[in-house]
Design a protein around this ligand. Structure first.
Ligand code: GLY
Length: 582
């Protein structure tokens, strides 16, 4: 067994280092999966990376015309809403980490959706006493949370933007009016979603399907005049034109009118929505500080726990080997176990935010990790906090309709933003040209188990627990890496693994993104098909892991700020993203 482990170690390490070297010199050959791996993009002044080339071009144009990172973020989000409508937009929620170069301050903006005030703990309970399944709950107005992305962007832009709010909507309005070509990924998503209820809602059907009922194909030019009008109104009148008035009335009507799953959202819910400014959650890791989004996201805490445990192991010496994959999977199991029990919206649920990252606590947790054996099922630990025993764990897993982008401007301001409508195409309910989220399915459907409350139970006004992990890594108090990903509850693993690639293995961000994923959410160890990670199955099985080889569809975008100030960007070859810089 040792022989298998060490020969595979060498193989994966050689492949990974080879990729890292190739990225700095020439495009790597196309791998068996058919994905195209580009070399990292280098720039001296500014850089953007997003999941769709048109969004990257919009951000680049804003920066080239003297706008700052916040301006670029607004423009990029609006274009993503048009050209990648299945993943994010003003009908959803988002988290943004923002580094302000002048004050040298990091701020976390929370634009997470809220549950309508009228929902109660048994919201997902059916007449026979059972609880809905995800597939029974995600479609229709009943899954729609009060959207937060627009309120968050307006708040952040008022504080940090330079260009006028209205001007930042121009690229998106132009794409919506003139039309854009359906990308291969959007075409595949429409076709896939057909069997998952995408065709069941009139406005959504008319937009994504041909009159004969077939899904619109790649290359079809899609125009969205309704959305162009919505965007023009918001550009002119601000976010209040979304949260009150005719657009708000149409959102509420659409949410409440769904035939088999109507929602409870009211005009007051929309008018009362507030984006929040929160302190980022930062975790020291080796020579760095890894900062991200705290509650209501589990992102930074779970990423921080994984890193805090792995800090007890020397990773740089062993590289991306089966040993590293094993240690990563074991730390992930322990962190995901704590996530299930403790993490939720801390405005509603008391939780040990500090205790979960307590170095003494993570040292004790790390002692459960053995190099030779596996933890069957990790149990949550006891961080320094006295209410720990009173909770029941939550098993809800967020889905993967999400996008991540990063921006670094010429003045040193930086944005790392993850944005979502939850599942691909959200609730499927479309209003005035945009899709509404199904974020309420990120709550635990069961409010309690065995008499103990679940921290992430649904409550009126509460924000569902997220896994989104927009991250900014600091070195000597200055940003050195911006990164994040879509991927539902796997986001945590994708981001943590990419951090290890850059911080421990010295990879450039593109090479780190390319490395095959290893994901363990406290169960089987998932290995990414068609990559070096899949070759680890034998070695990991021999250690006792249950492994599954499967697609692991991250959408990582990252910018590395090197000590000399130059920028290196990476876009995930698993999606259609683009890095642009100057
Ligand atoms: N809905 C995806 C997430 O919040 O993690």
């Amino acid at each position: 067994m040792r022989w298998i482990v060490s020969s595979l170690s060498v193989l994966w390490f050689v492949i990974a280092v080879d990729i890292a070297i190739a990225q700095t010199a020439r495009p790597a050959p196309e791998p068996a999966t058919g994905r195209v791996e580009h070399p990292p993009v280098m720039a001296e002044k500014f850089m953007v990376a997003a999941a769709h080339p048109l969004a990257s071009h919009a951000g680049h144009a804003v920066l080239a015309s003297g706008g700052n990172a916040m301006d670029a973020a607004v423009a990029m989000q609006m274009v993503l809403n048009v050209v990648e409508p299945q993943s994010s937009g003003i009908g959803g929620g988002a988290f943004m980490l923002y580094w302000d170069a002048k004050t040298r301050r990091l701020t976390a903006f929370d634009g997470r959706e809220t549950a309508p005030r009228a929902v109660g703990p048994d919201y997902f309970k059916q007449p026979d006493g059972s609880f809905k399944s995800f597939w029974g709950a995600f479609k229709g107005g009943g899954s729609v949370g009060v959207p937060g992305t627009l309120a968050m962007l307006e708040l952040a832009h008022r504080m940090h933007g330079r260009h006028s709010w209205a001007s930042l909507f121009e690229p998106a309005i132009e794409h919506a009016e003139r039309g854009f070509e359906i990308s291969p990924r959007l075409a595949a998503s429409i076709a896939l979603a057909e069997s998952k209820g995408l065709g069941g809602f009139p406005e959504t059907t008319a937009y994504f399907f041909n009159p004969d009922g077939t899904p619109k194909a790649e290359g079809t030019v899609l125009k969205n005049p309704a959305f162009a009008e919505t965007l023009s109104t918001i550009a002119r009148d601000g976010a209040k034109a979304f949260y009150t008035g005719p657009i708000a009335r149409d959102i509420v009507a659409a949410v409440r009118a769904t035939a088999d799953n109507p929602g409870l959202m009211t005009l007051e819910d929309l008018a009362d929505y507030k984006a929040k400014i929160r302190a980022p959650v930062c975790m020291p890791y080796r020579d760095y500080e890894v900062c991200g989004m705290g509650p209501p996201s589990s992102g930074a805490l779970t990423v921080g726990q994984i890193l805090g445990m792995l800090e007890h192991f020397e990773l740089s010496g062993i590289g991306p080997t089966p040993e590293a994959a094993h240690l990563f999977a074991e730390a992930s199991k322990l962190a995901y176990a704590d996530r299930g029990l403790y993490m939720a919206d801390s405005d509603f649920t008391r939780m040990p935010t500090k205790g979960l990252l307590d170095p003494g606590y993570l040292t004790i947790r790390a002692q459960q990790i053995s190099r030779d054996t596996v933890i069957e099922k990790a149990q949550p630990g006891n961080p320094p906090w006295r209410d720990a025993a009173l909770r029941a764990p939550d098993t809800q897993r967020e889905r993967a309709g999400t996008s991540h982008f990063v921006v670094r401007d010429a003045e040193g301001n930086a944005v790392s933003m993850t944005t979502t409508i939850e599942s691909g195409f959200g609730s499927r309910v479309m209003v005035r040209g945009f899709l509404l989220n199904n974020e309420l399915t990120d709550f635990s459907f069961r409010p309690s188990r065995n008499g103990r409350p679940v921290a992430n139970r649904i409550e009126g006004g509460k924000r569902p627990r997220s896994s989104m992990a927009p991250t900014i890594v600091l070195r000597d108090g200055e940003p050195m890496l911006l990164v994040g990903s879509p991927g539902g509850s796997r986001i945590i693993a994708y981001v943590a693994q990419t951090l290890i690639g850059v911080l421990d293995w010295g990879m450039n961000p593109q090479a780190a993104i390319n490395v095959g994923h290893v994901v363990n959410r406290n169960g089987a160890t998932d290995l990414e098909a068609g990559t070096g990670a899949a070759d680890l199955a034998g070695a990991l099985n021999a250690l006792g892991h249950e492994t599954r080889v499967r697609d692991l569809n991250s959408g990582l975008h990252a910018i590395l700020i090197r000590p000399d100030g130059t920028l290196l960007g990476g876009a995930d070859p698993r999606r259609e993203g683009l890095v642009l810089g100057e």
